[in-house]
Design a protein around this ligand. Structure first.
Ligand code: SF4
Ligand code: SF4
Length: 209
């Protein structure tokens, strides 16, 4: 297939797993256990379709533009589309389509579950990689934002704003990022340089999604 980058590209996304469905001869890519893309193989194990999900209006538009984009092969033809694995769909467009499929399937989960699948807090921290986890802090979701450096008995101001007030998955969906709350809310153990780096890292992680 001409899109040899596809496997690496999809597996680099947060929360993505892959399996092989032997009856259909499909390599499937899942996020949170739900399929968002597949490579359909022929009898010789050669890819012939890449199947992905799109908003129905966009899917219909793209099918009209490219003869190598077809209604989903052995899937719901309203939401799923199949791209010929050796067709003429530009790589950049296929990447965009795969990104959209990933986001569409991810968005089907609750916002809390989306954060769990992404392995990120609303402010872009990775609890699993945090030195405070789990002995000192059970993680942002488990304590509903009441982390050890939040005001006593209260949630961290970023959690309060992004999750409770604005009901976002995370701050990347807010045009004010990185806002004054980001600059004022800090783990007291971090030096000014470490805190500045933490803001840059969290911003990058969230914007990569
Ligand atoms: S302090 Fe708690 S909420 Fe913050 S990153 Fe560490 S484990 Fe997660
Ligand atoms: S204002 Fe926006 S960026 Fe700042 S904490 Fe609230 S949701 Fe996050």
């Amino acid at each position: 297939m001409r899109y040899s980058w596809m496997d690496d590209y999809l597996l680099a996304k947060r929360g993505v797993t892959k399996d092989f469905q032997p009856v259909w001869n499909w390599i499937r890519y899942h996020v949170g256990g739900k399929m968002f893309a597949a490579i359909c193989l022929d009898r010789n194990s050669e890819p012939y379709f890449i199947t992905l999900k799109l908003d129905p209006v966009e899917g219909e538009f793209l099918r009209a533009q490219y003869e190598d984009i077809l209604p989903g092969y052995y899937t719901d033809k309203l939401h799923w589309n199949s791209v010929r694995a050796n067709g003429a769909v530009p790589d950049a467009l296929l990447r965009q389509m795969l990104d959209k499929s990933y986001r569409l399937v991810l968005a089907g989960f609750s916002k809390k579950r989306q954060r769990e699948i992404l392995g990120l807090t609303c402010c872009g921290m990775e609890c699993a990689a945090c030195g405070a986890y789990p002995a000192k802090c059970p993680g942002c979701e488990a304590c509903a934002g009441k982390v050890f450096h939040a005001p006593p008995g209260k949630a961290c101001p970023i959690y309060e704003c992004a999750v409770r007030k604005r009901k976002l998955v995370h701050c990347a969906n807010c045009e004010q990022i990185p806002c004054s709350l980001w600059r004022e809310t800090r783990d007291p153990q971090l030096s000014p340089e470490e805190f500045a780096q933490s803001i840059r890292d969290r911003f990058r992680r969230l914007k990569e999604e």
